[in-house]
Design a protein around this ligand. Structure first.
Ligand SMILES: [Zn+2]
Length: 286
């Protein structure tokens, strides 16, 4: 069976970067305290579902999450999942200076290193927030020992993504770049394998997209969040399309996840990409 990469961006329900949430920090923080929702229950759900399917994942853990739920992160690591970093806080990198990013990354790596005694080698930006405004990204990652980056989203959306980003593996400053999996129809790109796109797309489309990506030499990767495993998690003060996108079809996540787990051999990025990372072989760009 083909090897594919299963990933979870490990963060809480309040971690989102919509324009509507700007200036709502105080209100959201008091809701977080009032609701006292336990996101770690969804980590255990993830562990259980994956164990049932003999699958293993990469968890891109937010430093703030690891500080709030250290035991859940240890459980992930103990079960053999790769622990990579999602940064310290869920802030947009394209709004940071290079120096601010350096500190943000150092804190994110440090939080996980102190907790697990092992330094992460993989990185994914909050909300895929790397683009032409962050040309220094991979140099900064390499300087702190990061070997691969999975922050490229090769479709432009209102919040993130680059429409001409590579669809296949590429290298930048010695860092392997693993883009999100999207369907490519001669330059017309359709996302289907991550977060809201995974929830909104019907299962046959997801299975077709994975098959198509695999045949096309693209990485085959699924990207989910703990909150998407519980349709009843607390709601952010969003309205309009942002509310629709953030909460669409949450009830379909687990059934669709179980269905895709039946296909492919789902492993962590570290395991799937080990031959490339170890050999330093240069995959051709597209
Ligand atoms: Zn995130």
């Amino acid at each position: 069976m083909m090897r594919a990469m299963l990933t979870l961006d490990v963060e809480d329900w309040e971690h989102a970067n919509y324009g509507q949430l700007k200036g709502c920090g105080g209100e959201i923080a008091s809701e977080v305290r009032r609701k006292a929702y336990r996101m770690d229950a969804n980590i255990d759900k993830w562990l259980e579902i994956l164990a049932d399917h003999d699958a293993c994942s990469t968890a891109f853990v937010l430093g703030e999450f690891a500080e709030k739920y250290p035991e859940a992160v240890k459980r992930l690591a103990r079960a053999g999942h790769e622990i990579a970093t999602h940064g310290q806080t869920h802030d947009l990198i394209y709004e940071m200076s290079r120096e601010t990013f350096r500190e943000f990354l150092k804190k994110g790596i440090g939080t996980l290193g102190n907790l697990l005694g092992k330094t992460p080698v993989g990185f994914r930006a909050p909300s895929w927030s790397v683009d032409e405004r962050t040309p220094w990204l991979c140099e900064e990652l390499a300087a702190q020992g990061i070997k691969y980056d999975s922050s490229l989203f090769p479709v432009r959306t209102p919040l993130f993504g680059r429409k001409n980003a590579p669809l296949r593996l590429s290298w930048d400053a010695g860092v392997l770049r693993i883009p999100a999996t999207v369907m490519d129809f001669g330059g017309f790109r359709v996302p289907f394998a991550s977060g809201a796109f995974f929830r909104i797309m019907p299962l046959p489309v997801i299975l077709y997209g994975l098959e198509r990506a695999s045949k096309n030499g693209q990485p085959v990767m699924i990207i989910l969040h703990p909150r998407e495993l519980d349709p009843a998690h607390p709601r952010l003060p969003l309205s309009g399309w942002e509310r629709m996108v953030h909460y669409a079809r949450l009830g379909t996540t687990i059934p669709k996840l179980c269905a895709v787990l039946e296909n492919y051999n789902w492993r962590s990025i570290e395991l799937v990409c080990a031959p490339i990372l170890d050999s330093g072989a240069k995959p051709s760009d597209n």
